[in-house]
Design a protein around this ligand. Structure first.
Ligand code: BGP
Length: 473
C-alpha cells in the first residue's frame, strides 16, 4: 500500500469563498469582501486599482458565498459521508478580531468555529486550519497600510495565540498564511496591499513579505509553546517550472523563477534568508525595516510544508520563446505538450510528481498537498445531479502521480485535500461558475439560487478512493 494508514484524505475551502455571514456574529470586514467581479477584478487583486471608498463600502454579488455559516452541519455530514479524514478551512480573522487591533476577541466568532470543530471531531475529521487565507481585517488595511506595517505582526500573533489557546485539543494542524507567494502577484488579495503610484512596489512587497514571515515564525513558536502536539505548516502556490527549451537562458530563467517563488518557503522551512535573496535586496536597494530579534524568530521553522498544485509553469528567458498563457495569475508561457482546462490552466499530473520531488529534495520535511483540482463548468440535470467524469479523470491522474512520488520516489507525503470539495466562489473570478466540488451548490454568478447541496458523480468516486486508501482509483 502506497499511503500510510493515517494518510489525511479530505477537501479544502476558505472562509472568504464559502462561509458568508459577512455581517453576522459581530464579524468585521475583510479585504476580500471588497474585490469586484469581472473586468476590474484582476487589477484590484494585484493592488493596482483601488475600487473602494473606505467610507462607502458596497458588496459584490456572491459575497455571502455558499453560506456555510448557516449550512455547516449539513456540509460536514456530507464530508463525513465521503469518508473525509481531514477538512481544511480557514478562520476569518475579522470574525475573531473584527477590526484587528482590539485587545479582546469577539466571543461569538470564537464560538462559531468551536462548534464547527466539535462537529468535525464528532465524525473523527481532523481540522486543518489556515489562519490567513487571503484575508486581513479591513480596518488594518485602512489604518495601518496592512502588512507593510510592522504593527500587523503583533496583531496577527495576538489573533494566532487566541485561537491556538481556544482550540487547544480540538485543532492540531495549522497553516499560517495561504499561498504566501501570492503576495508578489496578487498583493491586495494575498496581503491587503494596494499601491500608491509614487510607491516602489518591490520595496513595499518585500517589507510586507518580511513582516508576514516574521509573523508566521512567531506564530509557529507560540503554537509549539501552547501545545507541543501542534503541527504548523507553511503554504505555497506551487507548480514545477520547466524551461521553455534547452537554451541555457531559458533554464537560467527557471532558476530565477524558482528563487522568486520558493523564497518564502526557503525562509519558513530553513529559518533564514537565502543568500540569493540577500543579494537581491542589495541590488534592489531594499532596506528592510527589521529588528535584530526578527532573525531569531525566523529560526522557528515549520513542521511540514504544504502547497497548492493546479498546473506546472513554463518559463522562457529568450525573447520570442513562448507565447504567454493567459488566465494564470502566476506567469507562464504555453506548453505545447499539455491540454488546458476551460480557464487555460494546463493539465499536468506528472508535474505534480515532479513538484513533490523538487519540494522534498529542497526541504526534507513532510509534505501536504492542500489544494488540487479542476475548475470546470458543470451542467446539472433537473435534479441537480452532475456527471463530472472530467473532474474524476483529472483527480485520478493526479492521485496516481502522487502515489508514484510516495511509492517509487520515497516522498514523505502526509495528506491530500482537494480544492473546493464543495462548490464555492472562485478566487480568480469572484463567481460560482468555475466549480471544483464533489458537491453541487445551486447558486449562480449573480448570487441567486436555492443553495441546495447535491452530491455529484465524483462524490461517490472519491468516497471509494478514500475507503481503499488510494488503491481503487
Ligand atoms: C488558490 C487559492 C484558492 C482557490 C484556488 C483556485 O490560489 O488558494 O483560494 O481559489 O487557487 O483558484 P480559482 O478560484 O481562481 O480557480
Amino acid at each position: 500500500m502506497a499511503f500510510a494508514e493515517n494518510f489525511l484524505w479530505g477537501g479544502a475551502i476558505a472562509a472568504n469563498q464559502a462561509e458568508g455571514g459577512v455581517l453576522e456574529g459581530g464579524r468585521g470586514l475583510s479585504n476580500v469582501d471588497l474585490i469586484p467581479h469581472g473586468e476590474d477584478r484582476l487589477a484590484v487583486i494585484k493592488g493596482e486599482l483601488k475600487m473602494f471608498d473606505f467610507d462607502d463600502l458596497h458588496f459584490y454579488p456572491g459575497v455571502n458565498a455558499i453560506d456555510m455559516y448557516h449550512h455547516y452541519l449539513d456540509d460536514i455530514r456530507l464530508f463525513a459521508e465521503m469518508g473525509f479524514k481531514t477538512f481544511r478551512l480557514s478562520i476569518s480573522w475579522a470574525r475573531i478580531f473584527p477590526k484587528g487591533d482590539e485587545l479582546e476577541p469577539n466571543e461569538e466568532g470564537l464560538l462559531f468555529y468551536e462548534k464547527l470543530f466539535k462537529e468535525m471531531r464528532k465524525y473523527n475529521i481532523e481540522p486543518l486550519v489556515t489562519l490567513a487565507h487571503f484575508e486581513i481585517p479591513m480596518h488594518l488595511v485602512k489604518e495601518y497600510g496592512s502588512w507593510r506595517n510592522r504593527k500587523v505582526i503583533d496583531f496577527f500573533c495576538r489573533y494566532a495565540e487566541t485561537v491556538f489557546k481556544r482550540y487547544k485539543g480540538l485543532v492540531k494542524y495549522w497553516l499560517t498564511v495561504n499561498e504566501i507567494n501570492i503576495l508578489l502577484h496578487g498583493s491586495f488579495m494575498g496581503a491587503g496591499l494596494y499601491f500608491e503610484p509614487s510607491e516602489n512596489k518591490t520595496h513595499v512587497k518585500y517589507q510586507a513579505a518580511h513582516n508576514q514571515l516574521v509573523a508566521s515564525s512567531r506564530a509557529t513558536k507560540i503554537a509549539h509553546e501552547i501545545d507541543p502536539e501542534n503541527k504548523i505548516g507553511c503554504m505555497l502556490a506551487a507548480g514545477v517550472h520547466y524551461p521553455y527549451s534547452c537554451h541555457p537562458q531559458d533554464y537560467w530563467a527557471t532558476i530565477e523563477r524558482d528563487h522568486h517563488e520558493y523564497f518564502f518557503t526557503d525562509v519558513q522551512a530553513r529559518g533564514y534568508y537565502p543568500s540569493y535573496a540577500l543579494k537581491f535586496f542589495e541590488r534592489e536597494h531594499i532596506d528592510l525595516h527589521a529588528e535584530p530579534s526578527d532573525f531569531d524568530d525566523l529560526k522557528h521553522t515549520v513542521d511540514f510544508v504544504s502547497f497548492s498544485y493546479y498546473c506546472s509553469r513554463t518559463i522562457s528567458g529568450v525573447e520570442g520563446h513562448g507565447e504567454l498563457n493567459p488566465g494564470n495569475l502566476l506567469q507562464s508561457t504555453k506548453n505545447e505538450y499539455l491540454a488546458s482546462s476551460q480557464w487555460g490552466w494546463q493539465i499536468d499530473p506528472l508535474g505534480l510528481r515532479s513538484t513533490l520531488n523538487v519540494m522534498y529534495d529542497r526541504y526534507q520535511k513532510p509534505l501536504f498537498i492542500v489544494e488540487n483540482g479542476l475548475g470546470a463548468i458543470d451542467e446539472p440535470d433537473a435534479n441537480g445531479y452532475v456527471e463530472d467524469d472530467y473532474r474524476i479523470d483529472y483527480l485520478r491522474s493526479h492521485i496516481a502521480a502522487m502515489k508514484d512520488a510516495v511509492e517509487i520516489d520515497g516522498v514523505d507525503l502526509i495528506g491530500y485535500t482537494t480544492w473546493g470539495c464543495i462548490d464555492l466562489v472562485s478566487a480568480g473570478t469572484g463567481q460560482m461558475s468555475k466549480r471544483y466540488g464533489f458537491i453541487y451548490v445551486d447558486l449562480d454568478d449573480a448570487g441567486q439560487g436555492s443553495l441546495k447541496r447535491t452530491p455529484k458523480k465524483s462524490f461517490y468516486w472519491y468516497k471509494k478512493v478514500i475507503a481503499s486508501n488510494g488503491e481503487d482509483l
